[in-house]
Design a protein around this ligand. Sequence first.
Ligand code: UN1
Length: 510
Amino acid sequence: MNLQTKIASAASEAADVLERLGVRQDLWTTGNRAVRSPITGEVIAHVHDASPEQVAAALDAAHTAFLAWRNVPAPRRGELVRLLGEELRAAKRDLGRLVTLEAGKIVSEAEGEVQEMIDICDYAVGLSRQLFGLTLATERPEHRMMETWHPLGVTGVITAFNFPVAVWSWNAALAFVCGDPVVWKPSEKTPLTALAVQALFKRAAARCPDAPEGLSAVIIGGRDVGEALVDSPKVPLISATGSTAMGRTVGPRVAARFGRALLELGGNNAAIMAPSADLDLTLRGVAFAAMGTAGQRCTTLRRLFVHESIYERFLPRLKAAYASAPVGDPREGSTLVGPLIDRMAFDGMRKALEAARATGGQVTGGEAVEIEACPDAAYVRPALVEMPTQAEIVLKETFAPILYVMRYRDLDEAIALNNAAPQGLSSSIFTNDLREAEAFTCASGSDCGIANVNIGPSGAEIGGAFGGEKETGGGREAGSDSWKAYMRRATNTVNYGRTLPLAQGVRFDL
Ligand code: UN1
């Protein structure tokens, strides 16, 4: 299929945006690592991998920064994050543009990602005055027992290409107010946006006299750089976002040194469409959740269970939406589905569709959309696959726009199908029946970290805790009390009396 014949180069625009964002030219022109834009597949920059010495120096500097930063009162640490939020507001369009150029997101989603950074900064500023603990009842007279929260240390952040800037900010904004420096290893596929964020951070830090040198660092590189971060005893917390395979390596390595790991891994998110569902609303909810970000969100909708009584009515409408969703240059205002990150992602999609066909799947869409003169770009029409059962391939996360659709008969069966995936990130039910909605969100309902009613599984806002169970890794980021992962808890018992009563009535009289 050939939708758009020609697409304008991304390289010179990337150079302009990087310049405006204040990224030093040598950081992206003279390096060893080529960076490609998924829009055209062309090389748009060359960044420098960090050497082992540079990684060690960044970690030392971050640790030294920690020793000072932990003593800065939390609301003053919040002032740095407020300034960062200001920089992000001013740079929203440019940074969003760079996300589009480097990750291929459509403009509105790319700017939405930057908005998510601004939101978490605002949230963290408020939080900087609310890092409170409890006062607890003590069994001993003239004693006080309380819980205090203290900065933990350097936070290592590993991020994926699909949210190249927002995931850092959910971690960093909280880490900074909690008193922790941040060393960031971005995806090899999206280092430019990381350099841009670091430049904005530096602008904010320059306006904040309390901020020590080394509070934020970016270390670019492959697996070896990630491993140096993961194995460093100077990094008590590793927050890693990526595949379950990555988490299987990172989790045990961090555990082996008794570090703390916050893991945000694969998702294989489902929605249930019940007989009472609002058809129009569900159609929009499903379309955005399944096709948005070209199916490359960890919260993307990948499995849809439609009640048999409405299946025949709903499916033709969904198919029409799939056939008409505009695929193409994410810089064009009318585009809804941009490119996949690279050809490898397309190969993965093709293989999954083959496996689905082999187990009885009826595929609509899924074909490559070729762009003239851009053989390295990977545009694809999103695929809708009607499956007779939830076969093995459906239970795998393929990071591409594939939606498997299945029928169900009763809600218990649908909830069991929702929970049958090894991952447990996000889930939804579309229903106007209160009992069904409550059954889906109750203890015996969805087993995911996120369970929604009448919205899709993706597009969470930052106020809630974000993350999931089972193979998703169990971590929680962003809102609610996720900040506690970035601090150490101390229980303090203070005796203000003149005797020494022992707990549990123990006697030890000399
Ligand atoms: C991810 O894909 O890594 O809920 C995170 C969402 C976004 C975050 C997705 N706020 O879809």
